[in-house]
Design a protein around this ligand. Structure first.
Ligand SMILES: Cc1cc2nc3c(=O)[nH]c(=O)nc-3n(C[C@H](O)[C@H](O)[C@H](O)COP(=O)(O)OP(=O)(O)OC[C@H]3O[C@@H](n4cnc5c(N)ncnc54)[C@H](O)[C@@H]3O)c2cc1C
Length: 443
């Protein structure tokens, strides 16, 4: 008789796990607190969920078909860093070593639920509380919890050693807009790669804005705008003015006018998507790692996946990528495992995931957040990227494969990393750097 699995929560992590387990031969029930149609059309996307890289895409392909292979991909980043006084400091346009893609996570999830139903899975709509979870886990061979950052997360206490932060490092605002294709023309003032490149603007003391191609569930080709406000700057008050998609758009237009005016004429051409009033989101994430295995009232072990296990600030786009890698590995390990899914077995799977991806992803996020532990990395690597295309590329490769960051701690190691990547002494690379946007490295 086939084994049974229960998956709680039908976001990206839950729908992917349910599909993967069903295809691996489990009899799976996917529990959702919302109807399938509501998940797609009545809620905002949890996040932009760009897959930056080969690792996440390969993991995704292990659990699901790629329904979006023919849609637009981005191939690099155009970075502009402004000093605290607003003056142009560092610029580089770097190609990825991979193709990145932002697919509306509501679309990806909805497609995944459809594939899961086709694979014979059961989709049950009811909110699961701890008592219900206890009964579900008693009946299932394997129970995983994918309810995101809120509900049921309390079953999984914060891992104080693995969690560096206790408060959000940024306020977040995002809106999806349409009205521009991906041709070079609108972006020619900045990069000849047009919509092939994402834009990433950094202001040293206020925050960051990312603008990138996005496959919207209704509008198709669109643009995602994502803002990070440092808590002690003047941007959080601006983010608070966003109360719907139109006002969110206006917040971005005003920010760009005041801080990154070169981009204003193009960004002003982007318009809200009338078909989707849920195309915006405001909030904050405290980067948090939880103990990965909880125990229900009667002592049944349940495993956390996705944002329930690790919540990332999205500055390096690690949450969805990390989730899908965790899910693909867990599904394959579960398929191969013949004994019971004990607390110890589940914990071992997470510890392996933490080593393989979670820790590196957390540390790369800290680097891009400007954490003081990474001050020397930022001080050296970003100027080096401005004059060395290879260094620029290596900074983006960390979004795909983050673990190399773990071996680069000291000033000497950062210099060694720059030298190895650039193919010449780091001192020679850095000697060529002059502040400003004139010498932007292009690749
Ligand atoms: C602004 C922003 C931008 C982002 N950008 C990126 C990016 O570029 N790249 C990237 O990799 N990641 C990104 N992320 C992270 C990514 O979006 C998330 O990691 C991913 O979508 C989380 O999926 P999830 O399934 O774990 O959680 P969720 O999407 O939160 O899904 C949880 C589901 O569980 C359901 N649920 C909750 N409680 C219950 C209950 N009691 N019973 C039943 N069901 C329940 C909810 O309704 C929901 O459907 C971003 C995040 C944010 C906030």
């Amino acid at each position: 008789m086939s084994r049974t699995a229960a998956v709680i929560g039908a976001g990206l992590a839950g729908s992917s796990a349910a599909l993967g387990l069903a295809r691996a031969g489990f009899r799976v029930t996917l529990y959702s607190d919302r109807e399938r149609a509501d998940l797609r059309d009545a809620l905002p996307a949890t996040g932009t969920a760009v897959y930056f890289g080969n690792d996440a895409r390969a993991a995704d392909a292990r659990v699901a078909e790629d329904h979006y292979a023919d849609s637009h991909h981005s191939l690099g980043n155009s970075v502009r860093i402004h000093a605290a006084d607003g003056s142009p400091a560092i610029a580089f346009d770097g190609a990825f070593t991979y193709r990145a893609q932002a697919v509306d996570v509501r679309l990806r999830t909805d497609d995944r639920i459809g594939d899961f139903l086709d694979a014979g899975g059961t989709f049950e709509v009811r909110p699961i509380d701890p008592e219900a979870l206890d009964r579900i886990a008693a009946d299932a061979d394997l129970t995983v919890v994918a309810t995101g950052k809120g509900a049921l997360a309390s079953l999984f206490p914060v891992d104080e050693q693995r969690s560096v932060y206790r408060t959000p490092q940024r306020q977040l605002l995002t809106v999806t807009l349409a009205g521009l294709d991906y041709s070079p023309e609108p972006w020619a003032y900045r990069t000849d790669r047009g919509g092939d490149y994402n834009l990433f603007n950094i202001h040293a003391t206020q925050g960051e804005i990312w603008i990138g191609p996005y496959l919207h569930k209704d509008a198709g080709p669109a643009w995602s705008l994502l803002g990070w406000a440092r808590p002690d700057g003047e941007w959080p008050a601006r983010f608070d003015r966003a109360t719907d998609a139109a006002s969110a758009r206006q917040v971005f237009v005003d920010l760009i006018r005041d801080y990154f005016p070169d981009d204003l004429p193009t960004v002003e051409r982007l318009q809200v998507i009338d078909a989707d009033p849920q195309s915006w989101l405001r909030g904050a994430v405290t980067p948090t790692v939880r103990r990965p295995v909880g125990s229900t009232a009667s002592g049944h072990p349940v495993a956390a996946i996705g944002d329930t296990a690790i919540a990332f600030d999205p500055i390096t786009g690690q949450g969805a990528q990390n989730s899908i890698i965790q899910v693909a590995d867990l599904v394959e390990a579960a398929a191969d495992h013949t004994g019971p899914f004990t607390e110890q077995w589940l914990r071992e799977q997470f510890d392996r995931h933490w080593e393989r991806r979670g820790l590196g992803a957390s540390e790369v996020t800290r680097l891009y957040l400007g954490d003081p532990d990474y001050a020397v990395h930022a001080e050296l690597a970003f100027p080096a990227a401005a004059v060395s295309p290879a260094v620029a590329q290596s900074l983006f490769t960390l979004l795909d494969v983050p673990n190399p960051i773990l071996d680069v701690r000291t000033r000497e190691e950062v210099l060694g990393f720059i030298g190895a990547v650039a193919g010449e002494p780091a001192e020679d690379v850095l000697a060529r750097f002059e502040p400003g946007f004139a010498s932007a490295a292009r690749l």
